[in-house]
Write a protein that binds this ligand. Structure first.
Ligand SMILES: NC(=O)c1ccc[n+]([C@@H]2O[C@H](COP(=O)([O-])OP(=O)(O)OC[C@H]3O[C@@H](n4cnc5c(N)ncnc54)[C@H](OP(=O)(O)O)[C@@H]3O)[C@@H](O)[C@H]2O)c1
Length: 354
């Protein structure tokens, strides 16, 4: 690509917004042209107003950008708009931007289950991007809304897909241990989470169940038929900064020959985004650790630049498979997958498929 595609981030001062900024500041295909936040920050220099919390320094080329109040006009110059707003702030503006012809890639939870809106975890269901055609026909707009899954769902489904393809899955039992960054910059007060585990996250279990079924479902006749599988989820918040760890217990459709065959299924998985050479696709979407005490959030969350999930503690008993999976919630679970979705969209568009 010679000319870079102009991009904006809505909600650029939040935790997901900061990840978008850091991934897009030197992206080979996209050029950041607009950053927005709430109206109190309008007119301020990004570098002065943001409370930068990432482990890497703020990219110098974005510090000078003037933050705009979030509105459709504020991102007029951009062709692709990455959304890191709370759901309530995202709903209306996403529709208006798609009407104006923008490619909207959103982390907000609204519309994820709408039948004509693709919910994409690219390695697991890249072909669902075909729903864009149906969306445009039905809604009469030139743009598109593409959704990033819930953070725990993104991590879980990346590990489920190679197992599903190889052995089939009947039941999924998952218990999550979710980082505090998953609740946003002002999400969980220190007094609540330090020295503690909170055994409830509002609406999270429903999201894991419904979104996983859609992501793992089949696209047929311009609609996704959700995967018929029993999913039982328990979600908890733990005092970890970044990285969701999930304990997974599966009943498989057929019995693997042994744990080696399961490891082989994870490690040999080479899905489409990797074949297409998308810049944000990690070399290995699923990494397997053999040590008995891995994966761990602090040690494994940045594997594959935060885009790989790490699986460990694989145990097999007949058709019952158990393992733990870890993924970075603001990269694989949010902004990184958002950028990967945009890359997939433009790659497929260039090939004339959308
Ligand atoms: N954190 C995660 O791991 C994660 C993972 C997956 C999905 N998500 C989703 O991604 C979105 C962003 O999450 P986050 O964790 O980054 O939240 P956050 O840290 O609270 O950031 C929210 C951003 O939205 C802006 N904002 C809030 N209310 C607004 C309004 N009414 N009008 C305009 N701008 C507004 C904020 O601007 P100010 O700074 O000016 O207030 C900030 O830039 C949410 O929908 C969340 O559910 C988060």
């Amino acid at each position: 690509m010679v000319d870079r595609i102009k991009a904006a981030v809505l909600g650029a001062t939040g935790l997901v917004g900061q990840r978008f900024v850091s991934l897009l500041a030197s992206h080979p295909w996209f050029e950041l042209v607009a950053l927005t936040a709430s109206s109190e920050r309008a007119g301020k220099r990004y570098g002065d107003t943001v409370q930068w919390l990432l482990e890497t320094p703020m990219p110098s080329n974005v510090a000078e950008i003037t933050v705009a109040a979030t509105s459709p006009d504020s991102v007029e110059e951009a062709e692709v708009v990455f959304v890191a707003l709370p759901k309530e702030a995202a709903m209306e503006i996403e529709l208006e931007l798609a009407r104006r012809g923008k490619i909207v890639v959103s982390n907000a939870s609204n519309y994820r289950l709408e039948p004509d809106i693709p919910l994409l975890n690219p390695e697991a269901n890249w072909n669902h991007i075909g729903l864009v055609e149906e969306q445009r026909k039905k809604r009469g707009w030139r743009g598109a809304i593409l959704k990033v899954p819930n953070c725990s769902t993104a991590v879980l489904t990346l590990s489920l897909k190679p197992v599903l393809d190889k052995f089939g899955i009947r039941d999924v039992h998952v218990t999550t241990m979710q980082a505090i960054s998953g609740a946003g910059l002002r999400g969980v007060p220190g007094y609540v989470i330090v020295d503690n585990i909170v055994p409830f996250i509002k609406n999270e279990e429903e999201k894991i169940i419904n979104e996983s079924r859609k992501i793992l479902g089949k696209l047929e006749n311009n609609t996704v038929k959700p995967l018929e599988v029993n999913i039982y989820a328990t979600t908890t918040r733990v005092p970890v900064l970044d990285g969701h760890l999930e304990s997974v217990h599966l009943v498989l459709g057929r019995e693997p020959g042994g744990p080696k065959e399961v490891i082989e299924a994870f490690e040999s998985w080479g899905p489409r985004p990797q074949e297409l050479g998308l810049p944000t696709a990690p070399e290995k979407p699923v990494i397997v650790r053999r040590e008995p005490d891995r994966p761990q959030p602090r040690l494994d969350r940045l594997n594959g630049r935060g885009m790989s999930v790490t699986v460990g503690r694989i145990r097999l008993s007949g058709r019952v498979l158990q393992y733990l999976v870890l993924g970075h919630n603001t990269i694989r679970g949010a902004a990184g997958t958002g950028v990967l979705i945009a890359e997939l969209y433009y790659k497929i568009k260039i090939n004339g498929l959308i």
